[in-house]
Design a protein around this ligand. Structure first.
Ligand code: GUN
Length: 295
């Protein structure tokens, strides 16, 4: 959680601008910058030098871009990183052997295996093999269990970043009805747990939820991790809702989210843009987890 001084200078958010045509834009950059400022201040105090090992299997262009930006951010902050690139035909055993080596390497404090993985590799086996104390993605069952019990060590980066975003913009989750669309282990499930721990009443929707639009219209806070471009339109949101868009897609050469921004913006009180919303926070929280891995 960010200190008061790092929060946006807005008055109590909920007394604000419900249903007006100008929603508050939940931009990720200022939130990320305040996290980086805190990280820079804490870095000299780590027990060991933080070092992130990033493993990329295959050559998916989007994954290559993400992996490069993770390494670059480590460098900018003065943390070490190593990118290990494996061919798309790598067997599960080969990858697990590499992870075992990284687990045993005392200079490596954090390990991230970029997702998605080729179909011959089980992401569950990968998560199970990473040392839980080096699991900066927070996907090992020990870390998932600790989060479920309200005692987290590593929290998955995107939902952790969204909680920082809500805090920064003074959006109170306590007592609110929150709806999360998506039930993945990396976003939807941990997001629901974090909102619940912040005392929201949480509903999780997914592809088999009947009348999903109606359920979403109940939401005061709607987090969308659906994986479908512009799927959430005006009829899905209630007047004054806060909408956080986790999706990112390229459609006809333009980036967009899971939410049809133009369609909903006149109805909601706050919305995260795509790009520039959640994206910068995922990487900031990864850097925070790398720092924790060395502490
Ligand atoms: N692919 C897309 N987002 C992520 C992430 O947060 N972690 C990993 N490991 N892979 C991803």
């Amino acid at each position: 959680m960010l200190p008061e001084s790092a929060q946006a200078p807005v008055d109590t958010f909920w007394s604000g601008c419900h249903g007006t045509s100008m929603p508050l834009l939940l931009e990720g950059k200022p939130v990320a910058e305040s996290i980086y400022a805190q990280l820079r201040a804490s870095l000299p105090n780590t027990k060991r030098k933080p070092k992130l090992a990033v493993v990329l299997v295959g050559s998916d262009p989007a994954s290559q871009t993400y992996v490069r930006s993770k390494a670059k951010k480590c460098e900018e902050l003065g943390m070490a990183s190593d990118t290990l690139e494996l061919k798309a035909s790598t067997s599960e055993t080969e990858l697990l052997n590499l992870i075992a080596k990284l687990n045993a390497d005392d200079t490596v404090t954090g390990i991230l295996v970029q997702l998605p993985l080729p179909s011959q590799i089980s992401r569950h086996q990968v998560s199970l093999t990473i040392d839980p104390f080096k699991d900066v993605d927070g996907l090992h069952p020990v870390n998932a269990g600790l989060l479920m019990q309200g005692q987290p060590n590593f929290i998955p980066c995107t939902p952790a970043g969204i909680m920082e975003m809500l805090n920064f913009y003074k959006i109170e989750a306590s007592g609110k009805k929150a709806v999360v669309i998506g039930r993945s282990e990396i976003v939807g499930k941990p997001m629901a747990l974090l909102l619940q721990q912040a005392n929201a009443t949480v509903t999780v929707c997914h592809s088999k939820t009947p009348d999903i639009e109606k359920v979403c219209r109940e939401a005061e806070i709607l987090v969308v991790a659906m994986g479908k471009p512009k799927a959430v339109t005006q009829s899905w949101v209630s007047s004054g809702a806060v909408v956080v868009d986790v999706g990112i897609h390229r459609v006809e050469g333009k980036l967009c989210g899971d939410v049809d921004f133009e369609a909903v913006q006149s109805r909601v009180s706050a919305i995260s843009p795509v790009p520039g919303g959640v994206g910068p926070l995922t990487i900031a929280m990864l850097m925070q987890n790398v720092l924790i891995s060395a502490s």
